[in-house]
Design a protein. Structure first.
Length: 104
């Protein structure tokens, strides 16, 4: 019965192994914030610069966070942020892109 020997890991919000992960938690928070910003502003045609750039940076921070993440909870939040960032990025690209209206 190996499961009887496992420690109780239901305590922390982000770190399920009982250790602090400040870099991973920071990347998670940044990815989630950028994902929300990109997703919400992606629905407004005039905010395509903000949504596309926030989405692109959110995708990059989320990808790096996935690469160095150590717990399942971190990966779960990063996937949510990555999905929102990607959706906002693609909506921003559809409305004018990274440089639409700035460079003709």
């Amino acid at each position: 019965m190996a499961q009887a020997l496992r420690p109780n890991t239901a305590g922390g919000l982000f770190a399920t192994d009982g250790k602090p992960h400040p870099l991973q938690d920071t990347l998670l928070a940044v990815t989630l914030v950028l994902g929300v910003v990109a997703f919400v502003t992606g629905f407004f045609h005039s905010l395509h610069l903000l949504s596309s750039w926030a989405g692109l940076v959110g995708i990059l921070t989320g990808a790096y966070g996935q690469w160095i993440s150590e717990t399942t909870r971190e990966r779960f939040g990063l996937i949510l942020g990555l999905g929102a960032s990607a959706a906002g990025f693609f909506l921003g690209m559809a409305h004018g892109g990274l440089f639409g209206g700035v460079i003709n």
